[in-house]
Design a protein around this ligand. Sequence first.
Ligand SMILES: Nc1ncnc2c1ncn2[C@@H]1O[C@H](COP(=O)(O)OP(=O)(O)O)[C@@H](O)[C@H]1O
Ligand SMILES: [Mg+2]
Length: 365
Amino acid sequence: MQLLTLPPNPTLATSIRATAQVFEDPKSRALLTHLQQVAPSEASVLIIGETGTGKELVARHIHNLSGRRDRPFVAVNCGAFSESLVEAELFGHEKGAFTGALGAKAGWFEAADGGTLFLDEIGDLPMAIQVKLLRVLQEREVVRLGSRKGIPIDVRVLAATNVQLEKAINAGHFREDLYYRLNVVTLQLPALRERRGDILPLVRHFIGTYGRRLGFETVGLSDAAARKLAEYDWPGNIRELENVIHHTLLVCQDERIEAADLRLPGLRPERLDGGAAADEPLEAQLERAFLRLFSERRSHVHEQVESLLVREAYQFCHANQVHTSDLLGLSRNIVRARLIAAGELVVNKRRTPAPLASRIVRLSI
Ligand SMILES: Nc1ncnc2c1ncn2[C@@H]1O[C@H](COP(=O)(O)OP(=O)(O)O)[C@@H](O)[C@H]1O
Ligand SMILES: [Mg+2]
């Protein structure tokens, strides 16, 4: 039965992604061997790699191969919180420790007790918190904000960064003593373009995972499509590859991927200059676009952005509402309402829009 193969809930979906792994390129195999050697130890590991190279997946794998596998794995993005918040989240707080602390709360260290704490984007941790983190690691106890009592903790810390921390140390943004404490073992994850032998196995892996999820029996891949994928530079690494395969399957008409179905951005101008913006994450690019919109002081920014997003997604999905709602993670009713508001769908007159081809013709005359 097809339905039974679909993950019943998002939690399971994540765990499938987190457990299935591809390590085919010689560089990745060497990395896997190293990982398997250090995993059972208690050593802190610093995982270094560009965004999307699999740092979190590697951290989970280390945890699963360690004696702590039946205890919690807690992943925390150190860059996602303000300084005051990250402190309370990491170390916990007592009732009334600060305005708004209505009750006592355990921090991530306590939550990970007996298990593994994964500190992602460790380079973003404010200096003041770095001092406290070092103390917790040395003394193996955590003191909640607003308390004086130390709580003993038994946590293995794995940290990840996408920047060279040595540079941050030289610039005075990262403590050298903390660096040595976290960096007992280093795992350097090469960018996907530096381990090209992983590309096609990853493609097959994600075709399998997402194909099943979308209810496809088998999905074919033309030689030209395979070549295009294998030759692409993947600035966004495995995450980009995963997104490309997912989106391609969403719009794929006949369970066979052709080269033309693959939307790979061409070489970006910044890349040709060798400029630092080449690996700029998508979020940062979006942020800059938003800032420009704001600075132009346009009215109805939200409406404009939302309308553009829905229209672009709809075109990307060859005017298929179901695929569009899947892609955007919105209900079909909402997508339909937004498309109508954007003038993309005409109510009552025509239930389905003109096919894409005829719309393109309309636009070009
Ligand atoms: N070796 C691998 N095999 C299969 N999938 C992988 C592998 N490495 C990473 N992924 C997948 O790629 C995506 C990005 O990985 P992630 O660990 O979040 O990267 P990072 O933390 O470096 O940004 C995730 O969906 C992850 O499951
Ligand atoms: Mg990550």
